[in-house]
Design a protein around this ligand. Structure first.
Ligand code: HPA
Ligand code: ZN
Length: 341
């Protein structure tokens, strides 16, 4: 094993950009379809994998929404979440902040309560059994109306003890952050943190809108921010975290080849970039595979990797004391490895 790979394996880290429904592995797709008697248009795992060939975000989203149709019971959401927690815990991930898409389920008449009870139950069990902490972020689907987002906030209101924040995902271009000003304002008034996908396929103006109109605490992706030098300065000055997803970017053709990935440029510009897996079952890798892929392609140093792991805790929604404790673990580990002075 290369020394960078073993360094990545043992590096304590957090994951800040993971869609639980995007952790649905083809094997689980068949299991859940079978136990819930839901038809799927595939006969074999190979057929499923062959369909995971995307030219853009929308190609992926069409398959992603189709895949989540097999999730119907609280047990399904529990099992899906628990499997992800075990998988990422094996990558030495110590804390996760996970997205779910309630509208992808309530639109199919699965009650909000079923979804959140399954997910939050598993996250609590993962903390008890694995010592891995978590926060839950509820995303609004941006191709739907703001009214639907506001209705989803109503559904979430009795569950605020288990929801840390709101996010914005799905088809980006044509659905700018400005469409959701009222929903994000209300979420803020309810005490929820705010994040939004911006600058994945959409222009830098969408990142500006997420900052200025939605008052986000983090930007998910943010790749296209690099096209605007004023925006780079703003992100650097405000220490805004970017949750970057390397394998997602190449699989959705946001980046042509991993050697062209902007992650190193982000770090060189003083941006607080982090590495995340987005939808690992669809994009070919969990957290460490993302670290490895981008480290290989961009020849990242162990110091760069240490910075990325530190950033993952700095950018998390943990309390300052917990952040400091995790960061000490990262720097102690890097020091023992001889990666930093
Ligand atoms: N972008 C936007 N919406 C999503 C994604 C993504 O990468 N994954 C799941 N929903
Ligand atoms: Zn995402």
């Amino acid at each position: 094993m290369k020394s960078t790979d073993s360094f990545i394996e043992g590096l304590p880290k957090a994951e800040l950009h993971l869609h639980l429904e995007g952790s649905l592995e083809p094997e689980q797709l068949f299991d859940f379809a079978g136990r819930n008697k839901v038809d799927i248009p595939f006969r074999s795992i190979d057929e499923v994998r062959a369909a995971y060939n995307f030219a853009n975000l929308q190609d992926f989203l069409d398959i992603y929404y189709q895949g989540m149709n097999v999730l119907t019971t609280e047990q399904d959401f529990y099992d899906l979440t628990m499997a992800y927690c075990h998988r990422v815990h094996a990558d030495n991930c110590r804390h996760v902040e996970v997205f779910f898409d309630p509208q992808g389920h309530t639109e199919r008449d699965i009650p909000f309560q079923v979804v959140i009870d399954g997910i939050a139950g598993a996250l609590q069990a993962a903390e008890n059994e694995l010592g891995m902490t978590s926060k839950l972020i509820m995303c609004f689907l941006r191709h739907l109306s703001e009214e639907s987002a506001l209705e989803t906030l109503d559904l979430a209101e009795p569950c605020l003890d288990r929801i840390a924040g709101v996010g914005l995902d799905s088809s980006e271009v044509g659905h700018p952050p400005s469409k959701f000003i009222n929903a994000f304002k209300r979420a803020g008034d309810m005490g929820l943190l705010r994040v939004a996908h911006a600058g994945e396929e959409g222009p830098p103006s969408y990142v500006w809108e997420a900052l200025d109109l939605l008052k986000v605490d983090r930007i998910d992706h943010g790749n296209r921010a690099l096209e605007d030098s004023k925006l780079i300065a703003r992100l650097a000055e405000t220490k805004m975290t970017l949750t970057v997803c390397p394998l997602s970017n190449t699989r959705l053709c946001v980046v042509n080849d991993m050697v062209d990935h902007p992650l190193k440029k982000m770090l060189d510009n003083g941006l607080r970039a982090t590495i995340n897996s987005d939808d690992p079952a669809y994009f070919g890798g969990y957290l460490n595979e993302n670290y490895r892929a981008v480290a290989d392609a961009l020849a990242l140093s162990k110091e760069d990797l240490t910075t990325l792991a530190v950033n993952s805790f700095l950018g998390s929604f943990l309390d300052p004391g917990d952040k400091a404790a995790h960061i000490k673990n990262v720097t102690d580990y890097a020091g023992e490895f001889g990666a930093i002075d």
